[in-house]
Structures are given as structure tokens and as C-alpha cells.
Design a protein around this ligand. Structure first.
Ligand code: WQD
Length: 340
């Protein structure tokens, strides 16, 4: 059934790709975004790809109750997908108070407004980083959680808050999706990752080197207990992540309460694997220098994606080569991202 979905952070990297997916499946989309790490241009691109615009774009902070009330009184919202948050591991170590204020404060403000306006379906953007320095991979949803940085701790805290609220408000249905490493771009080259300032995440850094905006990659440590000593992550194509959110919405009424689900591919890739894959996809050399470890980083995070596959008959389909080709295609067409 077509629904009206509020997407907080809908102009952001994962949010904008999810808007395309929702529109493509006949849903109507309302976006709330403060554009602190996104551009309104992304929503123009969403409309171009989808062939129709989103219903409304509200500019505001998800912690601001007046902004939230304006959204919920202007539209009959059936469900919410909550992306609006700070999401860089390294940055969170430097700015813990900001991360708790925005990530936890924003989530609690949102669910309070949802409850007051009778909206009870929430897909929450959680993160594999809640697993911390995993001793055994691949990680299932039952693996122990032990956040090692403030970003991960805020996501873990939000999961606890949402689970407890579901116990007190049985009408709530929450799906907490623990993303592994979303990356890549839309195959049209119209949407992609365009972080403000120096990229924290590796893929936009690689693509900015390839397009000539950066000189070399700092490889944060090659002394981890991994095959080549560099960090291993489960990179998942952002279009797969967007599809995963649409599928989650289709299943949100399957069970009451909160469920936690991994969104990953089950395939690990090291930093040097990614550098090689990106060089192959772009045809550009990626100079790099090994430096010290980044505070808060862990050696390896790889998903066991079988629970989503069993419950929803859905799996991520796109491989690392596609992620690199699509990321490079976006960067090559948009050397300075969405900036005019
Ligand atoms: C990946 C690897 C770094 C930059 C991200 C998101 C987080 C969450 C999980 C969704 C690590 C190394 C990086 C660089 C490097 N996603 N690296 N040089 O930290 O795994 O977390 O995915 O919720 O929101 O931030 O991703 O891309 O920063 O790092 O060597 O300049 O690349 O050490 O091994 P991370 P990342």
C-alpha cells in the first residue's frame, strides 16, 4: 500500500537514495533536513531520477519540536525513516557532546513528536559500529555489542531508548537497521556522497583524490590483525541500502516492538583491497601513505546478513566493483559534488 513517509536527513547520502527508492515504489515522501551535511540540490536530483518530486521539503533541525510539529500537522505521516544524525567515527571522538546532542537528542525529540501525533512506525538508522572491536566475524544481530567510540555509543543508546519505549508504548513498531559501510552512488551519476569539508569516510576521499581534489590517502594503520594489516569492512552499495529500507517498510507491521537487523553483504574488504578496486574502476592511481591508527577504529566489521535474507527474502546484490564504478561516475560528473 502506498504510504506517506517522513525521511529525516532525506537530502543526505543514504537519505536521498532512499527517497528515490520510495518514490519509485509509489510512496509519497516528505523530507526534514537542516542541510548541515547535505544540499537541497540532492532533492532536485531525486525528482529527476524518480520522474516526480517529493511531496514537501521542510528545512529544520530534528531536535527542534516546532519543526517536527510543523511536519506532522502539515502531512498525514504513515511512517518515519530517521537518517538525520552525525555519522563519522573519527569526528565523534573529537566531538562527543555534539554527537550525543544530535544523535540521541534528535532521536528522542523525533519519537516524542511521533507519539504525540499518533505516528508509530519507525525505521531507525543504526550502525554496525555498535559491535565494537568484534572478536568473531561475521557478526549476527545476537553478537555482543561494545561501542568503542561516541558515534557507536550514540547509536547503541538510541537502540536501548527505542526498545524501552516500545515496551511502554506497544503500538510502536521500530526496525533498527545496523548498516555496515554504505558506499557507492546512484548509477545515473546524479546522486552520490558529497560530504562537507575533508571527507571522514574512505570512499569519498578516494574519489576526491582521483578527481584531483586531494593528494594522497592516509591509510590509518597497517598493524591490525587482518590479512594485510589494514582495516576490514563490509561495504554495501548505497542503492542496496536504500532498497533495504523500502523492504523494511513493507515488513514493519510484521511484529510489534523493536527488531534489530544487519544491513550488510557478508563480504569483507580491507583498505588496500578498496584502493585497488577503486584504481581499477577509475583508471586513476591512488597514492597513499600508511599512518597511525585512527582513534575509535576497530580491525574488522563484517555482517552475517542471513536474518534479513530469511525474514524478508532480500539480499544486497551489488559488489565492490559496482560501488567503486558508481562512486567514480558520480565524482567525475560532479567534481565538486552538488556545489554549482
Ligand atoms: C573505513 C576504513 C578506516 C578514511 C563508517 C561510517 C559509519 C558507519 C560505519 C553507517 C577504516 C579506513 C578511512 C581514511 C583510512 N556507517 N580509512 N583512511 O569508520 O568504518 O564507519 O561505516 O552507519 O557511519 O562512518 O568508515 O570509511 O571512515 O573507514 O584508512 O582517510 O577505512 O580506518 O578501516 P567506518 P570509514
Amino acid at each position: 500500500m502506498p504510504q506517506t513517509v517522513l525521511v529525516t536527513g532525506g537530502a543526505g547520502f543514504i537519505g536521498s537514495h532512499t527517497c528515490v527508492e520510495l518514490l519509485g515504489r509509489g510512496h509519497d515522501v516528505v523530507v526534514l533536513d537542516d542541510h548541515s551535511n547535505s544540499s537541497p540540490e540532492a532533492l532536485e536530483r531525486v525528482a529527476k531520477i524518480a520522474g516526480r518530486p517529493i511531496a514537501a521539503a521542510h528545512v529544520g533541525d530534528v531536535r527542534d519540536r516546532r519543526s517536527l510539529d510543523a511536519v506532522f500537522t502539515s502531512h498525514r505521516i504513515d511512517a518515519v525513516i530517521h537518517f538525520a544524525a552525525k555519522k563519522a567515527v573519527g569526528e565523534s571522538v573529537r566531538l562527543p557532546f555534539t554527537y550525543y546532542d544530535i544523535n540521541v537528542g534528535g532521536t528522542t525529540a523525533l519519537v516524542s513528536a511521533m507519539h504525540d501525533h499518533g505516528v508509530h512506525r519507525l525505521v531507525f538508522s543504526s550502525s554496525c559500529s555498535v559491535y565494537g572491536d568484534a572478536t568473531t566475524v561475521p557478526l549476527t544481530e545476537e553478537s555482543p555489542t561494545a561501542p568503542t567510540n561516541p558515534y557507536a555509543a550514540t547509536k547503541w543508546t538510541c537502540e536501548r531508548v527505542l526498545a524501552d519505549l516500545c515496551r511502554h508504548a506497544p503500538e510502536f513498531r521500530v526496525l533498527a537497521l545496523r548498516y555496515f559501510n554504505p558506499t557507492g552512488a546512484h548509477p545515473t551519476g546524479l546522486l552520490g556522497e558529497d560530504p562537507r569539508g575533508v571527507p571522514n569516510n574512505i570512499m569519498p576521499f578516494l574519489s576526491q583524490i582521483a578527481v584531483g581534489r586531494r593528494d594522497e590517502l592516509s591509510v590509518f594503520g597497517d598493524d591490525y590483525p587482518t590479512p594485510d594489516g589494514t582495516g576490514v569492512r563490509d561495504y554495501i552499495h548505497v542503492v542496496d541500502v536504500a532498497e533495504g529500507h523500502r523492504v523494511a517498510l513493507d515488513h514493519i507491521d510484521d511484529e510489534p516492538g523493536m527488531r534489530v537487523l544487519n544491513l550488510g553483504t557478508g563480504q569483507g574488504a580491507s583498505v588496500l583491497d578498496l584502493v585497488r578496486a577503486f584504481e581499477e574502476a577509475s583508471g586513476r592511481p591512488i597514492p597513499y601513505r600508511v599512518t597511525g591508527r585512527r582513534p575509535g577504529d576497530v580491525a574488522e566489521l563484517v555482517a552475517d546478513p542471513s536474518k534479513v535474507a530469511a525474514l524478508w527474502d532480500w539480499r544486497a546484490r551489488r559488489d565492490l566493483g559496482a560501488m567503486c564504478r558508481d562512486a567514480w561516475n558520480f565524482q567525475e560528473r560532479n567534481p565538486y559534488g552538488y556545489a554549482p
